[in-house]
Write a protein that binds this ligand. Structure first.
Ligand SMILES: C[N+](C)(C)CCCC[C@H](N)C(=O)O
Ligand SMILES: O=C(O)CCC(=O)C(=O)O
Ligand SMILES: [Fe+2]
Length: 429
């Protein structure tokens, strides 16, 4: 199992961008911050203090003119004073029952500085010009520092090619247990978050049971395809999904401003040949691009691309436009969180100058080459009873052409609610 290795280091030296596709540094955890006992004044300016930390403990606290500097565990963290005032957790500033801010941030003087300070084993106390005192737990500060976040992944993942996924032997959830046992749901979601795909087996082969199994995970996201959809190759809609043709790897609903987070597939019936489902981990391929050609990764992460869905069949008149880069990356840690890749639905590129267009095509070609490597392809035959959940922000799907009657049902899920369920079960999501 390949997990959180760091080819990233090399990439970092080559590029301004890097991400945590493979690299994963431990965040500052709940580590006990060693005692910060004495702060001594170091300069004439009363707003400067220097902690004389006993060696070898690496904790040092310094109130500088511009910000508070906290050094701990080899990491130097900086906290702005307005930020510190804004994040006061005292009862008058913060409602800890609802986790909502009471303080009106607009009333905070933007040049505010503390007038006094005090520390004990675990806390820093700052006194503000109006006499208000804020207590900060030092571990809380460390956990919430920009510098700490910068080094940690929002979503720990195992990126995969076919071999990695197959040898991980990820278990399938079982319908009966899944519906009644939270531990089964938790394991399922944990696998889903790690790999971007997960299966439930033994589900009755009906639309109703498919709906029941998805409702256990989250709310269904209704779209112009309906809530639950159930389709054959009858070309009832203006889209090639409703044919017998092969479909290359892609993510769905790229033409939404927020593409659907999760796609659920359940093949209720197939009397014929072909029709296997193709799955490819887009983050694995994007990681390869980052490693090989960081400037291509950066282009794909910066150039905005339009996708469009225009449907004009009698009952269905739809026109959707979604705009965003192919790779969506968190700016503070360059971790990729969404890939928007659908060459069928990509619209006219008209918001990018020609020289950048040229470079973008080169970058897009490299990503496509990675995505199309046979070793990155996982082929599965969907069968009645086996429900597949796909992270549509990460894992591409496609299908082989087929013959005969093939009936596929499923739905999209609202991503926020899937992650909400995962968090409520204690998972990091
Ligand atoms: C899943 N369902 C059959 C309902 C819709 C298919 C949508 C297909 C579209 N080209 C896209 O990629 O978004
Ligand atoms: O027919 C299939 O297996 C999948 C078609 C597809 O890409 C879709 O419905 O989103
Ligand atoms: Fe699709």
């Amino acid at each position: 199992m390949r997990q959180y290795q760091s080819p990233i280091k090399q990439a970092m030296s080559l590029a301004r961008v890097f991400c945590h596709l493979h690299g994963y540094l431990q965040p500052i955890s709940n580590a006990q911050i060693p005692l910060v006992s004495v702060l001594t004044r170091t300069q004439n300016n009363v707003k400067h203090w220097q902690h004389t930390a006993p060696q070898p403990t690496s904790c040092r606290l310094q109130l500088q003119e511009e910000c508070l500097e906290l050094s701990y565990g080899g990491l130097v963290m900086h906290f702005d004073y307005v930020w510190l005032r804004d994040h006061c957790r005292s009862a008058s500033c913060y409602n800890s029952k609802t986790n909502q801010r009471n303080l009106d941030t607009a009333n905070v003087e933007l040049n505010i500085h503390p007038t006094n300070y005090r520390v004990d084993d675990e806390n820093l106390f700052l006194t503000w010009p109006d006499g208000h005192v804020t207590r900060y737990n030092l571990s809380w500060l460390a956990q919430n520092s920009y510098e700490g976040q910068k080094q940690s992944a929002m979503q720990p993942r195992i990126v995969w090619n076919s071999d990695i996924y197959t040898s991980a032997k990820v278990p399938f959830a079982n319908w009966d247990k899944f519906m009644t046992c939270d531990e089964e749901l938790k394991n399922f979601l944990s696998n889903f978050l790690l790999y971007g795909i997960a299966f439930v087996e033994g589900v009755p082969s009906t639309v109703e049971a498919t709906e029941t199994v998805t409702r256990r995970v989250s709310l269904i996201r209704e779209t112009m395809y309906g809530k639950m959809w159930n389709f054959t190759s009858d070309f009832s809609r203006g889209d090639t999904a409703y044919t017998k043709l092969a479909l290359d790897r892609h993510t769905d609903t790229t033409y939404f401003q927020e593409p659907c987070g999760i796609q659920v597939f359940h093949c209720l019936r197939h009397e014929g040949t072909g029709g296997r489902t193709l799955l490819v981990d887009g983050f694995y391929s994007a990681g390869q691009v980052l490693k090989k050609t960081p400037e291509h990764f950066e282009l794909l992460a910066r150039v905005p691309i339009k996708h469009e869905y225009i449907e004009k069949v009698s009952k269905h008149q739809n026109h959707m436009i979604g705009i965003g880069p192919v790779l969506n990356v968190y700016p503070w840690n360059n971790e990729i969180y969404m890939i928007r890749y659908n060459n069928y639905d990509r619209a006219v590129i008209n918001t990018v100058p020609h020289d950048i267009v040229k470079r973008w095509y080169v970058a897009h070609r490299e990503l496509t080459t990675e995505l199309r490597k046979p070793e990155n392809e996982l082929w599965v035959k969907l069968k009645p009873g086996k429900v597949l959940f796909i992270d549509n922000w990460r894992v591409m799907h496609g299908r082989e052409s087929f013959t005969g009657l093939r009936q596929l049902c499923g739905c999209y899920l609202t991503r926020d609610d899937v992650l909400n369920t995962a968090r409520s079960l204690g998972l990091q999501a």
